[in-house]
Design a binder for this molecule. Structure first.
Ligand SMILES: [Zn+2]
Length: 490
């Protein structure tokens, strides 16, 4: 997630004239319930570990409502816990039905006593007539309805500039940090990684996008106002906050070498060419540096009319506010840098955050600190005349030092992050700037070669997993012998 514009603002101070309208970023948050942050009441208790979601969504822009069904495959582990309830996240949803099938016992339906939505702490509690069995496979099927949100979950926006306006209204989702639960019931914590098969209903004149490539499109469904169903391929295991969906009338420019597309409203595709060329080059650099090719079969980048944040790194379908992806004036250094910074940051997240994800939100600097550092480091490989590694010191380190001098500063890893309010608060300059500065420090004290070797190990050992700092330190320590040898020489 690209949250604040201190990066761009300071860059412009040094390299170009300052346009304060560009650096002014609206930070409006949804109204959040106040929780007691001193206990674990918000962390889901153990019941079933989800392994696969099939999510069916029918967004209706006109009424600002949606409905759908989620089929969740999950397993119980061998600890034999004797619980008669399943607890998962849901918020602001109307749950219409819940069905549970024990697949281990020949698809036996498990009797459900009742199901209750608890607004605090945003749980759907399904009470069963009998206990769950250990080492068993279950299928949970839930039908639900919901309303579009204002700036989180599923919401809509309209292109309102002077282009063709064919793009009109867009329905899309943004789930970071805890807003997937506003669109479908799920285990909405980053450590619960599972695969996703998304099915989205749309009108024939629209297109839909999701994390994975389109697999098939149905004939018009008379039960859904003759919408067609787009079914997307199954994703690798991922966290719920990275799932995304877009429905709109969009056009694209395409790079077949990288299977990369930039989507805009009709009439603005010319302005997407800079982003297309740059992203392909950055993907090559990231592949080479990490030794891990970009994981998914395709990458879409979408220019939306607005976004809660400036950009969001959904795996395989990165969302941008339009001005951070489209360059209309190639002579404008300011426009190019604005777009380049955002692409570089979100592309870095495809490895740092999406492929390897923090286990819980108190480790968010593992996502944002690395993305912040690589945003400069990666772009510097292509644009050395921008002197970005020097700009990093001006932007990130100075911001960090300022923030760190305030009473409300905190360690990069916070001990108590539990409630929705706590989670939103950790997306600050400590996680971004101090996290990035910490990564830069490691890069310099370890030497570039050993840092790269350790980072490759970190990504390879933890691909498709969730991590704490321990996994990072393990990989950094794996080059310790060579590092000690270098230190003795110097
Ligand atoms: Zn980010």
């Amino acid at each position: 997630m690209y949250l604040l514009s201190w990066t761009l603002a300071a860059l412009l101070v040094v390299l170009s004239s300052v346009d304060t309208t560009v650096s002014a970023v609206p930070l409006t948050w949804p109204t959040l319930p106040i929780f007691d942050a001193d206990n674990d009441a918000f962390v889901l208790p153990e019941s079933i570990n989800p392994t696969q979601y099939i999510v069916n969504l029918v967004p209706d822009i006109k009424s600002k409502k949606f409905h759908g069904e989620v089929n969740i495959l999950g397993q119980t582990d061998d600890t034999g816990f004797e619980v008669n309830r399943i607890v998962l996240n849901a918020d602001d949803l109307k749950v219409k039905s819940v069905q549970l099938v024990d697949l281990t016992e020949g698809a036996r339906e498990v009797q459900i006593k009742n199901f209750v939505l608890k607004r605090i702490p945003q749980w759907l509690v399904v009470t069963l007539a009998s206990n769950l069995s250990a080492n068993s496979d279950y299928q949970l099927r839930i039908k639900f309805e919901g309303n579009f949100g204002v700036e989180a979950g599923m919401y809509h926006a309209s292109y309102d500039d002077d282009y063709t306006k064919i793009g009109g209204d867009v329905a899309f989702t943004e789930f970071q940090t805890t807003y997937a639960r506003k669109v479908f019931p799920c285990w909405d914590e980053p450590k619960y990684k599972a695969s996703f098969i998304m099915r989205v209903a749309r009108y024939p004149q629209q297109i839909s996008l999701s994390n994975m490539p389109l697999k098939s499109t149905s004939v018009p469904d008379p039960h859904e106002d003759n919408r067609v169903w787009d079914t997307f391929e199954e994703s690798p295991d991922m966290s719920t906050y990275l799932v995304a969906m877009v429905v709109a009338q969009l056009v694209s420019v395409h790079d077949p070498v990288h299977n990369l597309s930039i989507w805009t409203q009709p009439g603005r595709q010319e302005g997407a060419q800079y982003a297309l060329n740059l992203t392909g080059q950055l993907m090559d650099r990231m592949d080479q540096y990490t030794g891990i090719p970009y994981t998914l079969p395709k990458l879409d980048q979408v220019a939306l009319p607005k976004l809660r944040h400036q950009a969001m790194e959904h795996w395989g379908v990165i969302a941008f506010s339009e001005r951070f992806l489209v360059v209309d004036d190639l002579n404008s250094l300011k426009q190019k840098q604005q777009v380049a910074f955002h692409i570089s940051h979100e592309l870095s997240h495809q490895w740092f955050g999406n492929l390897v994800t923090m286990e819980w939100w108190n480790y968010v600097w593992l996502n944002e600190g690395f993305a912040e550092f690589f945003q400069y480091f990666l772009l510097d490989m292509l644009e050395p005349t921008w002197r970005l590694m020097e700009i990093f010191v001006v932007n990130e380190m100075q911001s960090m030092l300022t923030h760190d001098s305030f009473l409300f500063t905190h360690p990069v890893t916070m001990s108590k992050v539990r409630s929705v309010v706590d989670i939103e608060k950790v997306f600050d300059s400590v996680s971004y700037c101090k996290g990035g500065a910490l990564v830069r420090m490691l890069y310099h004290i370890m030497t570039p070669d050993l840092f790269q070797k350790a980072i490759r190990d970190y990504l390879q050992q933890n691909s498709l997993k969730s991590v704490t700092e321990d996994e990072l330190w393990d990989s950094l320590s794996s080059v310790q012998t060579e590092l000690n040898w270098i230190c003795r020489l110097t």
